[in-house]
Design a protein around this ligand. Structure first.
Ligand code: PLP
Length: 375
C-alpha cells in the first residue's frame, strides 16, 4: 500500500457488532480480567483505541510497535528516561524544541545522567560521544530554524558505536520523512501538531521495534501519560487525511518561501526546500517533501508589529493545523532557552516561525503582503 492508502486503511479496530467502518470508541476505565490473558487499562497503553491508532502510526512510519501519549512532551520525557540510566551519557542536538531542551537541562543531571549538547553535523555529533553514551537525540528539520540533520549518517554512527538514535520527527511528519528507513531506532512525534492537524487535540507518540517499545511502555506505565479513548479516536480520524493535508501544506509553504525570499523587507528565509538553504541537498536526499514550516526575519519591522497586522494568519502557540499560524519563537516555543543560547543558535528576537495551512495560497500571500506594506 502507498502512504495515502495506509492513512485511511491501516490500523483501526473492527466493529464486528454492526459492521460500521469506523473504530468504535471504548470508554471504559474498568475492564473485566477473569476470562482474558490481557489486562486492559488505559495507563498500561493497551486499550483498543490506543492500539488501533498506534497500529496506524506504525504502518505510516514503518515499524513494529508504538505507544500513544497524552502530549509530545510525555512521549519525549518517557522515552529519554526509559532508555537512560544513572551514569549514562546522552548526546543531544542543541537546536531542538525548547521544551525538550528544557527537559534535558533541568532533569538529566539531577538524575545522574550527563549530556553533551552538539551542533547538527554528523561529525560534531560523533565527536561528542563518550564511552558511556547510550543515546543520540536529534530533530530534523529543526524548530524553529529548519536546519537539517543527515539522518543516514547519524544512524550509521549509532549502529557502528552501539548507541540508540532517537528523532523528534514532528516537523517532517511520516508523509515527508520516514527515519526508520534511514536506520534511526526511535521516532517521536508531538501529535498535537500535524498528526492531529486541527488544533484541537494534544497527544504524542513514540515508535520503535518491539524490544525498545517494550522498555518505553514499561516506563510509560509508571509515569502515566496515557491518551484517552476519545482523543485516540480523534487522532485516528485525523490521520486519514494526513497525506492530503501535509502535501497541500508543503506546497503552500514552498511557494510562500519563494515569495518571502524575493521580498525587499525580508532579511532571511529558512526553508529546506530553497536551493540556497544549507541543508537543501540532504533534505532532498532524505525527505519526500520539504514540510510546511518555515521561519524568516524582517528588515524594518518588529515581529510583534507584523503579527498584529496580519488578518488571516493568527499568532498562536503551537503549529501544524489546517489553518496557518505564526509565532515569534523567542517568546514562545524557545522562551525557556536562555537568551545567550538563543543568540548562539541564531534564534533572534525578530525571528518569525510560520506554520502554513491548507488555505488558498493567494489568500495567504495577500495577507502577508498587506501586513508588510507601509511599515
Ligand atoms: C518539534 C516539537 N516537539 C515536541 C513538542 C512538544 O509537544 P507537546 O506540546 O504536544 O507536548 C513540540 C511542541 O511545540 C514541538 O514543536
Amino acid at each position: 500500500m502507498h502512504i495515502e492508502t495506509k492513512c485511511i486503511h491501516s490500523g483501526g479496530y473492527p466493529d464486528t457488532q454492526t459492521g460500521g467502518i469506523n473504530t468504535p470508541i471504548f470508554t471504559s476505565s474498568a475492564y473485566g480480567y477473569l476470562d482474558t490473558d490481557v489486562r486492559l487499562y488505559q495507563r498500561y497503553f493497551n486499550t483498543p483505541n490506543q492500539e488501533a491508532v498506534a497500529k496506524k502510526l506504525c504502518e505510516l512510519e514503518g515499524t513494529e510497535d508504538g505507544v500513544v501519549f497524552s502530549s509530545g512532551m510525555a512521549a519525549i520525557s518517557t522515552v529519554l528516561l526509559a532508555l537512560l540510566n544513572s551514569g549514562d551519557h546522552a548526546v543531544v542536538q542543541d537546536e531542538i524544541y525548547g521544551g525538550s531542551h528544557a527537559f534535558v537541562e533541568e532533569h538529566l543531571s539531577r538524575l545522574g545522567i550527563s549530556f553533551t549538547l552538539t551542533g547538527k553535523e554528523a561529525q560534531t555529533i560523533e565527536e561528542a560521544i563518550k564511552p558511556n553514551t547510550r543515546i543520540i537525540y536529534i530533530e530534523s528539520p529543526t524548530n524553529p530554524l529548519l536546519n537539517v540533520v543527515d539522518l543516514r549518517a547519524v544512524a550509521e554512527i549509532g549502529r557502528r558505536r552501539g548507541i540508540l538514535t532517537i528523532i523528534d520527527n514532528t516537523f517532517a511528519t511520516p508523509i515527508n520523512q520516514n527515519p526508520f528507513k534511514l536506520g534511526i531506532d526511535v521516532v517521536i512525534h508531538s501529535g498535537t501538531k500535524y498528526l492531529g492537524g486541527h488544533s484541537d487535540l494534544y497527544c504524542g507518540i513514540a515508535l520503535a521495534n518491539k524490544e525498545i517499545a517494550a522498555l518505553i511502555r514499561k516506563t510509560a506505565a509508571n509515569f502515566g501519560g496515557s491518551l484517552n479513548a476519545m482523543s485516540c479516536y480523534l487522532l485516528e480520524r485525523s490521520l486519514k487525511t494526513l497525506a492530503l493535508r501535509v502535501e497541500r501544506q508543503s506546497q503552500n509553504a514552498f511557494e510562500i518561501s519563494k515569495f518571502l525570499e524575493k521580498h525587499p523587507n525580508v532579511a532571511r528565509v529558512n526553508y529546506p526546500g530553497l536551493e540556497n538553504h544549507p541543508g537543501h541537498a540532504i533534505a532532498r536526499n532524505q525527505m519526500a517533501g520539504y514540510g510546511a514550516m518555515l521561519s524568516f526575519e524582517l528588515k524594518d519591522m518588529t515581529a510583534i508589529t507584523f503579527m498584529k497586522r496580519l488578518k488571516l494568519i493568527k499568532a498562536t502557540l503551537s503549529l501544524g493545523g489546517v489553518e496557518s499560524t505564526i509565532c515569534d519563537p523567542a517568546t514562545t516555543s524557545h522562551q525557556k532557552v536562555s537568551a545567550e543560547v538563543r543568540k548562539r543558535l541564531g534564534i533572534s528576537d525578530n525571528l518569525l516561525r510560520l506554520s502554513v495551512g491548507i488555505e488558498n495560497l493567494n489568500d495567504l500571500v495577500e495577507d502577508i503582503q498587506q501586513a508588510m506594506k507601509d511599515k
